[in-house]
Write a new protein. Sequence first.
Length: 119
Amino acid sequence: QVQVEESGGGLVQPGGSLRLSCTASGSIISIITMAWYRQRPGKDREFLGHITHNGITGVADSVKGRFTISRDNAKHNIDLQMNSLEPEDTAVYYCNVQTMTNGRVNPYWGQGTQVTVSS
């Protein structure tokens, strides 16, 4: 089992920046990927980016250039740095952790953290 916790959400003005953090705990040795998603009001959950266990990163085209993902291996923590925020970025942001055990991929989700972009 893996526990996932997000932090760092809040209210930010358009054009501002915010940094979200995700920390995984529990059976972290089997983690293969950590990722960020978001769910905007009335929309499906949307992939934003990920980091694999060997450090390969990927960021969705929709946020590339504004959002970056980084990782602290020692703490099994990933951050999502969000710049030039727009009202359309208002959403609940979720961290997803995938582990591999006995050849099976297991997804774990955090509770989410609210980001509101508004003046």
